[in-house]
Design a protein around this ligand. Structure first.
Ligand code: KIV
Ligand code: NA
Length: 261
């Protein structure tokens, strides 16, 4: 996979992206044949237990990018730029994006529209591909007043479309659309030459992204826009309960598990 192949998939073949954070899940994602792996700053919520993505920092993101790269040596990996790693100055943004590539990412993603154009231009001119992210942008949850579907008013629809066009114009290779009214995501997808990748953005995006833990059901949360393909939480719970019972009842270890000499 590379950004040229990705552009060619638009209108021909749906793009599959998954957020993964570590060695074993990256290994599974790449063995399953997904097109893109995002090391998302949703790490903060999903793996570290915070209630927003804001606490995620560069050191954590780099550690997890390295782990994902070790699990998926051949995958196209996108590093998600955490809150405050690109807002302060374009120079800092280039530096942080570059650190993500040094850690093993092939590209970076950052949130925002027209206001990020100068920053994105700088990052791209350093040779780093950038994926955009519009709609509900979790790093702005405080400004947006919660997890809200975007594109519900004519002004919001217009802003989303203009931001998408601005991101395409500055050279983003793809755009994530998060929690966007389906018809608005469709309009944006049709207006762009670069692919859109949706999460809670309906059926007409060029691709879809979900978080690994949501796909396999390793979470206690339920979202309308997620399809749970397994219930790994319960599988794990049963396994650990059985382990506990076996030890309590002296059923583990068995003779086959011990070293007799
Ligand atoms: O952090 C993340 O996992 C994301 C995707 C949901 C797009 O940004
Ligand atoms: Na993210």
């Amino acid at each position: 996979m590379n950004i040229l192949k990705l552009l060619q998939m638009k209108g021909k073949e749906p793009i599959v992206m998954i957020t993964a954070y570590d060695y074993p899940t990256a290994k599974i994602a790449s063995e399953a044949g997904v097109d893109l792996i995002l090391v998302g700053d949703s790490l903060a919520n999903v793996v570290l237990g915070y209630d927003s993505t804001l606490p995620a920092n560069m050191d954590e993101m780099l550690e997890h990018i390295r782990a994902v790269r070790r699990g998926a040596p051949d995958a196209f990996i996108i590093g998600d730029m955490p809150f405050l790693s690109y807002e302060v100055s374009p120079e800092e943004a280039v530096k942080n994006a570059g650190l993500m590539l040094k850690a093993g990412a092939n590209a970076v993603k950052l949130e925002g529209g027209s206001e990020q154009v100068e920053t994105i231009k700088k990052i791209i001119s350093a040779g780093i591909p950038v994926m955009g992210h519009l709609g509900f942008t979790p790093q702005s949850v405080n400004l947006l007043g919660g997890h809200r579907v975007q594109g519900r008013t004519p002004e919001s629809r217009e802003k989303l479309l203009n931001d998408a066009l601005a991101l395409e114009k500055v050279g983003c290779f793809a755009i994530v659309l998060e929690l966007v009214v389906e018809d608005v995501a469709k309009q944006i997808t049709e207006a762009l030459k670069i692919p859109t990748i949706g999460i809670g953005a309906g059926r007409y995006c060029d691709g879809q992204v979900l978080v690994f833990h949501d796909v396999v059901g390793l979470t206690d949360k339920e979202f309308k826009f997620v399809k749970k393909y397994a219930n790994v939480y319960n599988v794990m719970l049963e396994a650990v309960k059985n382990y506990k019972e076996d030890v309590k009842n002296r059923k583990f270890p068995e003779e086959k598990n011990v070293f007799l000499e």
